[in-house]
Design a protein around this ligand. Structure first.
Ligand SMILES: [Zn+2]
Length: 263
């Protein structure tokens, strides 16, 4: 029973963790270390080996590739959270990786694109909770770009919980889609905003110029099919000409804390 629960939880949270756990149970009878903490440490090491060394080699055979774990001179892309990568949430189809690498080059060397959740490495239809749609390698979330209010330097990091939840809300005169959705009874729409402290890195403001530039580059990329942000941001950034940039519907969650793109 205990092993079934562990298998289920590890599979749900990391996709390959359950399989690594079964393999480890089979392997451990050959090990000399028998104490619980020793076996826990060995399992962690075995899991990390599978996640960091084996998966990046195997996943391309199944049509998915990992996004970079850190930015370099050649590509300015990095994750908001290494923990999410250790949970194998940063896999995408190669075309999506190419699109994001191209976007980072077009943004210039100053800007590092920060990605949030992608997809698991295997199997279409395997859910990446709590997302509804990140299950086929074709979806990726990106952090907005934030700039210092004092000296214009860029934050080059995500805000909030693993990059989610710190919102750039509607201001007076803008369409307030979160209020409309909540009024219609979609209680989950702004749930994360209520759970996540909003004062993360307040010295860095939402950069209208950089976010506009990034969203226009992504919208012009033929590989990208849809981009979701809140309607008030689309209007504020004057992106009305791009039909690909759309409202995602009240059944989702608000998208003024991150950008969602998909092939
Ligand atoms: Zn998304």
């Amino acid at each position: 029973m205990f092993r079934s629960v562990v298998f289920f939880l590890l599979t749900l949270t990391t996709q390959i963790g359950g399989l690594a756990f079964l393999l480890f149970i089979w392997l451990k009878k050959y090990l000399k270390w028998k104490r619980t903490y020793q076996q826990l440490a060995l399992f962690l090491a075995f899991y990390l080996f599978c996640s960091l060394m084996v998966l990046p080699i195997v996943a391309p055979a199944f049509g998915r590739t990992p996004l970079p774990l850190y930015a370099t001179n050649k590509q300015g892309i990095k994750p908001a959270s290494l923990l999410a990568c250790l949970m194998n949430r940063h896999y995408v189809k190669p075309a999506l990786k190419e699109a994001i690498v191209a976007a980072s080059k077009a943004m210039g060397a100053n800007v590092t694109l920060v990605y949030l959740d992608g997809n698991f490495p295997f199997w279409n239809g395997f859910p990446l909770l709590p997302h509804k749609s990140h299950d086929d390698g074709e979806k990726l979330d990106l952090a907005f770009i934030y700039q210092s209010r004092k000296d214009q330097t860029l934050l080059n990091k995500g805000k909030g919980l693993l990059g989610y939840g710190v919102v750039e809300p509607p201001i007076s005169g803008e369409v307030n889609q979160p209020a409309i959705c909540e009024h219609r009874g979609y209680w989950q729409y702004s749930l994360l905003k209520r759970l996540v402290p909003q004062r993360k890195a307040p010295e860095y403001a939402f950069s209208e110029s950089h976010n506009r530039q990034l969203l226009a580059i992504l919208a012009k990329d033929h590989r990208i099919d849809k981009i979701f942000i809140e309607p008030h941001l689309k209007a504020r950034l004057k992106l009305g000409v791009y039909a690909k940039i759309r409202f995602h519907g009240c059944a989702a969650v608000r998208h003024d804390d991150h950008i969602h793109i998909q092939l």
